[in-house]
Design a protein. Structure first.
Length: 91
């Protein structure tokens, strides 16, 4: 894995942890995150996600595991940057 991808994955994971923890502690924030994830992420981190990037927030129980798989490894550098900037993970 390239240093760029490793850094992008760490950054996405840090964001996921922050969002999850805040949503657990703040019910109003949780409602906003579920209702409009892009706007909430923008407000929280100042990140404008592209229109073609979808964010799905799932409220789950401890009996369900969500696993998000990245696309195949035949992506060019531009596509890899778009994925890493788009928080390709589950919340």
């Amino acid at each position: 894995m390239s240093a760029f991808m490793d850094s992008a994955i760490r950054s996405a994971e840090e964001m996921r942890v922050h969002l999850t923890q805040k949503a657990m502690d703040d019910l109003e924030f949780r409602s906003q995150l579920v209702a409009d994830p892009k706007a909430t992420i923008n407000k929280e981190f100042g990140i404008d996600l592209p229109g073609n990037v979808n964010i799905e927030v799932h409220e789950s129980d401890m009996r369900t595991i969500h696993l998000a798989l990245p696309p195949g490894s035949n992506l060019d550098e531009e596509q890899l940057e778009a994925i890493s900037a788009g928080l390709c993970c589950c919340f």
